[in-house]
Design a protein around this ligand. Structure first.
Ligand SMILES: Nc1ncnc2c1ncn2[C@@H]1O[C@H](COP(=O)(O)OP(=O)(O)OP(=O)(O)O)[C@@H](O)[C@H]1O
Ligand SMILES: O=C(O)c1ccc[n+]([C@@H]2O[C@H](COP(=O)([O-])O)[C@@H](O)[C@H]2O)c1
Length: 235
């Protein structure tokens, strides 16, 4: 199967797989990204380098399967912030692929559709944090996920890698997981949302354009202009 560039463009997916004489490794960083933060970016960058990925595509989930019981910001806002956060990295791209899909977003569906869209010389590396990998056994059609993608489990402060390993091993599903040590950033989107609500600075926790966006659009109770902290004599 050769690359159908127009079909990939229509799905908002990167064009990859043109040289039939080589294998391509496409990283897929899935998340709610409400908002995206440096923990996500650092994990994806480490996966890119350590696993010799050709590209990492960031996919904000349309309707995250494990967050149906809570309010999540509109996909359009989460996608826009993901686009802003990844814009300065030539090997990161943001995709609308999951945001535009109706219904609950299941990773197995995403991987099946990716498998159809790309030729066989493109392999998928689904990147998660240790917390997510511990739950993967409970994801919809987990055996299909194992068949369709390699998994990358990035260390995350507060989550035990050994436990993740035990859970995956005990599952009886033949997941191919690479456990990846990434610089520890003890931050989460929940943490960032709380900080915004409390008028605290997000500097160095997420790229500045993301902060600009969420203030401009009043997400998480943000004021139009971020509160200036510090004494102010030198700013
Ligand atoms: N600080 C971090 N370090 C490593 N991996 C992370 C970090 N934060 C999130 N991840 C991983 O990124 C993926 C997407 O995470 P998600 O968008 O749910 O962010 P979150 O910070 O966990 O959000 P929330 O606090 O709203 O639950 C998940 O696989 C998660 O494990
Ligand atoms: O497919 C599933 O059953 C499933 C259940 C929970 C999470 N996921 C995916 O895992 C990624 C991280 O999810 P989350 O909820 O931690 O942002 C994101 O791409 C989700 O779509 C997928």
């Amino acid at each position: 199967m050769s690359v159908d560039a127009q079909a990939l463009r229509d799905l908002d997916l990167p064009i990859l797989g043109g040289d039939e004489g080589r294998t391509y490794r496409l990283g897929v960083m899935g998340g709610t990204f409400d908002p995206i933060h440096n923990g996500h970016l650092v994990a994806a960058e480490q996966a890119y380098c350590d696993l010799d990925l050709d590209l990492v595509v960031f996919m904000p989930a349309g309707r995250p399967a494990f967050k149906l019981d809570r309010d999540v910001s509109p996909g359009e806002d989460r996608y826009a912030m993901t686009l802003l956060a990844t814009a300065d990295n030539p090997h990161f791209v943001a995709s609308r692929f999951e945001v535009d899909r109706a219904g609950v977003t299941y990773t197995a569906d995403t991987l099946r559709l990716l498998r159809k869209a790309y030729p066989d010389n493109v392999e998928f590396y689904f990147i998660t944090g240790t917390d997510a990998i511990t739950e993967i056994v409970g994801w919809r059609d987990a055996a299909d996920i194992a068949r369709l993608a390699h998994l990358v489990a990035a260390t995350r402060p507060g989550y035990d890698l050994d436990r993740a390993w035990d859970v995956v091993e005990a599952s009886g599903v033949a997941f191919d997981v690479t456990y990846l040590s990434v610089p520890a950033l003890a931050i989460s989107s929940s943490h960032l949302r709380e900080r915004v609500g409390a008028g605290q600075s997000l500097r160095y926790l997420t790229p500045a354009p993301v902060t600009g966006y969420l203030h401009k659009h009043g997400l998480y109770g943000a004021q139009a202009v971020p509160r200036i902290c510090g004494g102010g004599a030198w700013s």
